[in-house]
Structures are given as C-alpha cells and as structure tokens.
Design a protein around this ligand. Structure first.
Ligand code: SF4
Length: 212
C-alpha cells in the first residue's frame, strides 16, 4: 500500500472509531476555549480544567484579562506549567483581542497567531473546536508520536510533521483526524505502553507489536 492510501485508510479507521472528537478542555464560550487552549501548552487538560473554573469566574471577559493585575492573574493559574509566562501572555492576549479584533476571535490561523500565546497548534485547535474549520492539522506531542509510529512522517519538528500529514491525509478528514489522533495517542498509542492489541490501526501500522 502506498503512503497516501495508508494515510487515507488510517484517517477512515480513526473516523469510524472517534466520530466527531471534541477537546477534553472544559469551556462555556469562545473566549474560555481560547484561554484554556493557551494554558494547555505543555500541561495536561486535566490540570487546566482544575484552574479554569475560578479563573473564568474572576476574569470572564477579554477586557478583564487585559486589565488584570499580573500577580493575581499568575496566582489564578498557579499549578499550570510555565504559569508566569502564560499569565503575561494572557494579559497581552486580552489587550490584543480588544485592540486588534474588537473582542471577537478571528477565524484564520494567520490572524489567530497574532494573539500572544496562540501558536499554530493552538490556532488549529481553536478553529477545529469552535467552528469545525480545518485549515491545518493539530500536531501536539501525541500526534507527533503516533504519526511517527504510523510511518506518516520522519520529522520531529511539529510544523514539518503537519506539512507531511497535510500532504498525505485527504483534506476532508483533517478535522476528524486532528481530534482522533490526540485521543488515540492519549489513550491507546501511549508514550510508554502502546496498546497495539486493542488498536484499530494495528493492521496498517508498521510499528504494531514492536514494543514488547
Ligand atoms: S498499532 Fe501500536 S504503535 Fe501502531 S498506532 Fe496502534 S498502538 Fe500505536
């Protein structure tokens, strides 16, 4: 099977297994999702979900974040990795959201990545989750690892991995593929102990059963 056929098969199998996958971050509106995604860089969703209820009640709007006292904002996200830098970026994000975008999240990667704290991966997640827009493919630590094991890329840089995946996976699968790969990496093809026996991809994966 050539690589493109393999990628399509993988995307199809993932779609059958994870239909309409959603983020595990908790949120009630667009701003909350964007903030949760920003906080989730190099931090588990579980940890983010522990701090966001109080954070959102204290800072319910972009304006509240823009005017936040930086010490108090840092304390509000204590427990999240790199909380000091993230607090600074959240405050700046609030300011940019007001000055550049009138408080409305933009709907392109190019514009979203102008917001402090929003890198390409976060922009992809925001577009996927809020509006089902797939301008690219989400590449986080799970997607990087699983893509390598599946033989879809030999790259280690997330941007290059995304380019490889975008060339191989048909565009109509991108939205589903992103969410499904994150969940698959989190619960099946885990870093330490991939569960190849239970994996729906084990017939199309060159790494299947090579970890014992
Ligand atoms: S077969 Fe194993 S290595 Fe391949 S994707 Fe599934 S769990 Fe990961």
């Amino acid at each position: 099977m050539d690589k493109q056929s393999q990628a399509k098969k993988i995307a199809e199998l993932l779609k059958q297994t994870y239909n309409a996958p959603k983020t595990e971050l908790h949120f009630a509106n667009e701003m909350q999702l964007a903030v949760a995604v920003m906080l989730s860089a190099q931090t588990t969703d579980k940890k983010v979900n522990q701090v966001t209820p109080d954070l959102f009640s204290k800072y319910p709007t972009w304006e509240a974040l823009a005017n936040a006292d930086i010490v108090e904002l840092t304390e509000a996200i204590y427990g999240v990795n790199f909380h000091k830098g993230k607090a600074e970026r959240l405050k700046k994000a609030g300011q940019v959201m007001l000055s550049e975008f009138g408080g409305e999240l933009p709907r392109t990667i190019e514009e979203l990545t102008k917001i402090p704290g929003v890198a390409r991966k976060s922009a992809n997640v925001i577009l996927n989750e809020l509006w089902d827009i797939a301008e690219g493919i989400v590449v986080d630590t799970h997607v990087s690892r699983v893509s390598g094991r599946l033989g879809l890329t030999e790259e280690t840089d997330p941007k290059k991995i995304e380019q490889d995946l975008m060339k191989l996976v048909p565009r109509e699968y991108w939205r589903n593929f992103s969410g499904a790969m994150v969940l698959h990496g989190r619960y099946v093809c885990t870093a330490r102990k991939p569960n190849c026996a239970e994996c729906v991809l084990n017939k199309v994966c060159p790494s299947a059963f090579t970890f014992d």
